[in-house]
Write a new protein. Structure first.
Length: 74
């Protein structure tokens, strides 16, 4: 589990595929938001923050920090 900063490139597994994206925001409490007509939810704490990730031009996900890796990691 890492601590990621806004603008940092990260990667994560999603449906047996590795996806990459850019950190847009960090959350230290449970989060729910609507983006492009979709409601995104994620549990978060100071010890296990969640991150809003931009994965494509107009696509976002919220992932737990424990599910993310720095893009530079193997």
């Amino acid at each position: 589990m890492g601590n990621f900063e806004k603008g940092q490139l990260v990667k994560f597994e999603d449906a047996n595929h590795t996806k990459t994206g850019e950190v847009q925001a960090k959350f230290i409490q449970n989060t729910e938001m609507e983006i492009d007509g979709r409601v995104l939810k994620q549990k978060a704490t100071a010890e296990n923050p969640a991150y809003l990730i931009k994965i494509e031009e107009n696509d976002h996900v919220i992932k737990s920090g424990k599910d993310l890796r720095s893009f530079s990691e193997s």
